[in-house]
Ligand binder design. Structure first.
Ligand SMILES: *Cc1c(COP(=O)(O)O)cnc(C)c1O
Length: 242
């Protein structure tokens, strides 16, 4: 990162505009409205000062993957005028003993990766008298390294999860295999088709499809993503927005 905060802010601003233009183009290519797609700036690798500059550059939604770092950022940003109206999402693996550090502090939890975790989050939200908006993380590509429900597990358990009183399921989330554009496209279209199937079965809108990262967000938008999670391409000057 640069030592010159002003020019880093300029980089962040220009990069944001370039990213939003690409999202809009990808949406139009797919016959979608650019306004259907939100982008979150994944600030997990940068400090609170850089996140603050990103807020000045126009970003309003942020993502963190560790409860502890989420807490640190929220504390550091408390009271900053730039942070007014900004919200954070939890996008990373959530351990049961960290649930209380996250609920009530984030707009959306993307990473409900099992029925047990769904139940645990629901129970803790109920105890606090809140309802958490969540996404069900789905391992569409079937890679062993990825967490989340398999599509069949989700088909089998979705109805029970939707009945949990402490969570409100807004949609699905997935991660694509790295470095393979065709596999990424199949993963994203698979997520879209699975959400459609579950919509028909449950009658719930399940509107949010969280998919697409720096290397594959345009493909994700072409395949129906409503929420792209962007880290390196937002914050890293060395990242080449190809
Ligand atoms: C880090 C991370 C991202 C952002 O990845 P980039 O490739 O840096 O854009 C998105 N989603 C999750 C779950 C992540 O952990």
């Amino acid at each position: 990162m640069s030592n010159d905060p002003r020019s880093y802010e300029t980089f962040l601003r220009e990069r944001r505009e370039a990213i939003l233009a690409r999202i809009a183009d990808a949406a139009r290519r797919a016959g979608r409205e650019p306004g259907e797609v939100e982008a979150i700036a994944v600030s997990k690798t940068v400090d609170a000062d850089a996140a603050l500059l990103a807020m000045r550059a126009g970003w309003r939604l942020f993502g963190e993957n560790r409860p502890q770092e989420l807490g640190r950022k929220l504390e550091a940003l408390q009271g900053s005028p730039e942070a007014a109206g900004v919200s954070f999402d939890m996008i990373g693996n959530l351990q049961k003993n960290k649930i209380n550090q996250v609920i009530g502090r984030v707009r959306l939890i993307h990473s409900i990766s099992s029925g047990h975790l769904a139940e645990a989050v629901s129970t803790r939200c109920e105890a606090r008298g809140i309802v958490a908006d969540v996404l069900l993380e789905t391992n569409v590509s079937g890679e062993r390294s990825k967490s989340g429900f398999s599509p069949d597990e989700l088909r089998a358990s979705v109805e029970g999860i939707l009945e949990l009183p402490g969570i409100s399921v807004r949609g699905l989330m997935t991660m694509a295999p790295a470095g393979d554009a065709d596999a990424a496209r199949r993963t994203f279209s698979g997520l879209r088709d699975l959400a459609e199937e579950l919509r028909l079965r449950t009658g719930l809108p399940l509107r949010t499809l969280s998919c697409g990262m720096s290397d594959d967000f345009e493909i994700a938008v072409e395949e129906g993503s409503t929420l792209v999670r962007l880290g390196r391409c937002v914050f890293d000057r060395g990242y080449d927005l190809a």
